[in-house]
Design a protein around this ligand. Structure first.
Ligand code: BV8
Length: 228
């Protein structure tokens, strides 16, 4: 297999104890998307948004990578072809499992961004409305997270990889959020094989040539072994 492009979502971190978004009791059940994952929500109530991301930063720090993260790291190191890992997740479990060059298209909990001067730095465990930008000293520090209505990161790079992919795999994502949910269509148009590995059929399951249903810690290691 020459080039594999993998997209992961919250489902791959579920068994590490990190909440998903749309499963019952998920993150969005406790908060309205509009209040915690939009620039308008941040402008309206920065304390609530900082609190939401502070809690997730602490949770992510306490979580550990699971067998699915580890299998993908093994695939990247053992595969004779190129394996590109794109994640919608903002946790660092792929990196802590040993994955390289992970593309965080929705940003990362470990990043802080200045809403005034665009400076970026490593986020402290907890941020608040008084956190100042180390570059311009404005009180406009925000999580370096892509909120709804904002441009996802590294899109050109991602489309470059999709054009060259021989196989596209989506793992643990409900296929509700664009442009990520559209990658399977792009990959198919570029002639790649496609597979969805998920607990249950996603909103875009019909676009995939293959599927493997079950928990990621079962399906992902089995899929990786089948490729190596
Ligand atoms: C953009 C912030 C313009 C970080 C997130 C109307 C129609 C179509 C689109 C739109 C529309 N109105 C607006 C839009 C665009 C919008 C969008 O798609 N909205 C949706 C809701 C309709 N998108 C945007 O605004 C994006 N920006 O479009 O800009 C543009 C477009 C193209 C090019 C240039 C510019 C920005 C989207 C990013 C928003 N930020 N998060 C954070 O707080 O984390 S999105 C948020 O949801 C997360 O980041 C996550 O990545 C994302 C998707 O969720 P999933 O990862 O799929 O998680 P979910 O809970 O949904 O599903 C979990 C899955 O795992 C389930 O299927 C479950 O079965 C499975 N699972 C559970 N347990 C397991 C498991 N699988 C395996 N094993 C298990 N154990």
């Amino acid at each position: 297999m020459k080039k594999i492009v993998i997209l992961t979502g919250a489902g791959i971190s579920a068994e590490s104890g990190l909440g998903t978004f749309r499963d019952e009791g998920g993150l969005w059940a406790q908060h309205r998307i509009e209040d915690v994952a939009t620039p308008e929500g941040f402008a309206r109530n920065p304390d609530l948004v900082h609190h939401f991301y502070n809690a997730r930063r602490v949770q992510a720090q306490q979580a550990r990578p699971n067998a699915a993260h580890e299998a993908l790291a093994r695939l990247q190191s053992a595969s004779d072809g190129e394996v590109i890992l794109v994640t919608q997740n903002v946790d660092d479990l792929h990196e802590r499992a040993g994955s390289q060059n992970v593309i965080h298209m929705h940003g990362a909990l470990s990043g802080a961004l200045c809403a005034s001067c665009d400076a970026r730095w490593r986020a402290p465990l907890k941020m608040n409305r008084d956190s100042i930008c180390p570059k311009c000293a404005a009180h406009s520090a925000r999580p370096d997270i892509v909120w709804f209505g904002e441009m996802p990161y590294q899109m050109d790079e991602i489309y470059h990889h999709l054009r060259e992919a021989d196989l596209f795999a989506a793992i643990g994502t409900s296929g509700n959020v664009y442009p990520a949910a559209g990658f399977v269509q792009d990959a198919t148009q570029f002639g790649a094989g496609t597979i969805e590995l998920n607990l249950e059929p996603s909103a875009t399951v019909s676009a995939f040539a293959q599927t493997s249903f079950g928990k990621a810690t079962d399906t992902v290691p089995a899929w990786v072994e089948s490729l190596l």
